[in-house]
Design a protein around this ligand. Structure first.
Ligand SMILES: Nc1ncnc2c1ncn2[C@@H]1O[C@H](COP(=O)(O)OP(=O)(O)OP(=O)(O)O)[C@@H](O)[C@H]1O
Ligand SMILES: [Mg+2]
Ligand SMILES: [Zn+2]
Length: 276
């Protein structure tokens, strides 16, 4: 991932030393002794790099979203008001670790509203990581076995000012990945760092869904050594406890979920867009 995923503003050359002390490397070299020591810019340089390697951009589809335009103008007023109030007090909310979550039917505008919140946070100069849950879980899976990179990723996701998780509960996962997700959410819970999330499931359903997983077994069919894969969805008690722990923390951090129910607006779009 490139360093441009997060817009942090500032000088024209993002790598230049803001203090004018080092060559942009974060180290100051003492010519006389030929030794390098940390530049005073190094800590902020590291912090910026860490945040920059997370996905911190509003996806193209949601980039123009705003309170004073469709589709938000057509969304239920109580929910829009609650999101508007959150954005109005954004800095205070983020500071106190207060998040927000939107729950409801497919295609009712949950992601649109959540992206407005993330966009406002980016605009205000906060570091924001935006992931759909399936993507986040794949990212975690891909870091396995590469020494400290998994710990490093979990640490970055735990420390970013705002973590936006889209489509919570959209997918069955493995107990191990669910544990990693729990560790991120618990770290944020412990340190009072907020989460914005969207989901199709009410809290109790969400906990149950997280406890379910797809079991893949290889079935040998004898003969020429042929085999096939069999997939079953099974309930896992231990994972269900982890799911409940995650949901319990979300409720405390985000309060009651904002409900967005109704028809799937995506189904109406092609009709609306059809030329006369
Ligand atoms: N109230 C509305 N009026 C008109 N269009 C809407 C409304 N709500 C959402 N849309 C449009 O429907 C599409 C889906 O919106 P969005 O992705 O925010 O939904 P979602 O609730 O996150 O869906 P999912 O549960 O599938 O993730 C977008 O194109 C959006 O502009
Ligand atoms: Mg969505
Ligand atoms: Zn420097």
């Amino acid at each position: 991932m490139s360093a441009d995923v997060l817009s942090l503003g500032g000088s024209r050359d993002p790598d230049a030393c803001p203090l004018g002390l080092c060559d942009g490397s974060g180290f100051v070299v003492d010519e006389a002794t030929n030794t390098a020591s940390d530049c005073r810019c190094r800590a902020s340089r590291i912090a910026r790099k860490r945040a920059a390697s997370l996905e911190g951009r509003i996806p193209k589809r949601y980039r123009g979203a705003s309170f004073d335009r469709p589709p938000v103008l057509g969304m239920p007023e109580p929910v829009v008001s609650a999101v508007r109030a959150y954005v109005r007090n954004l800095n205070a909310r983020l500071q106190e670790g207060r998040g927000m979550w939107l729950v409801g039917d497919v295609g009712t505008g949950k992601t649109t509203l959540a992206m407005i919140v993330s966009g406002a946070a980016l605009e205000a100069g906060h570091s924001v990581a935006i992931y759909s849950l399936p993507r986040l879980l794949n990212l975690i899976r891909d870091e396995v076995g590469t020494d400290n990179s998994l710990l490093d990723l979990l640490d970055r996701l735990s420390c970013v000012d705002l973590l936006h998780i889209d489509d919570l509960g959209a997918q069955h996962t493995t107990p191990w990945r669910l544990e990693q997700l729990y560790s991120i959410i618990d770290a944020r819970y412990q340190s009072g760092r907020p989460i914005v999330a969207t989901t199709n499931l009410m809290p109790d359903e969400l906990a149950g869904q997280m406890g379910r997983r797809t079991l893949t077994t290889t079935v040998s069919e004898g003969g020429a050594g042929e085999s096939s894969e069999e997939r079953r969805v099974v309930s896992d008690d231990a994972s269900e406890v982890v799911g409940r722990r995650i949901v319990s923390r979300l409720i405390e951090m985000c309060g009651d979920p904002l409900p967005l129910y109704g028809e799937d607006k995506r189904r109406e779009l092609p009709v609306m867009a059809r030329p006369a």
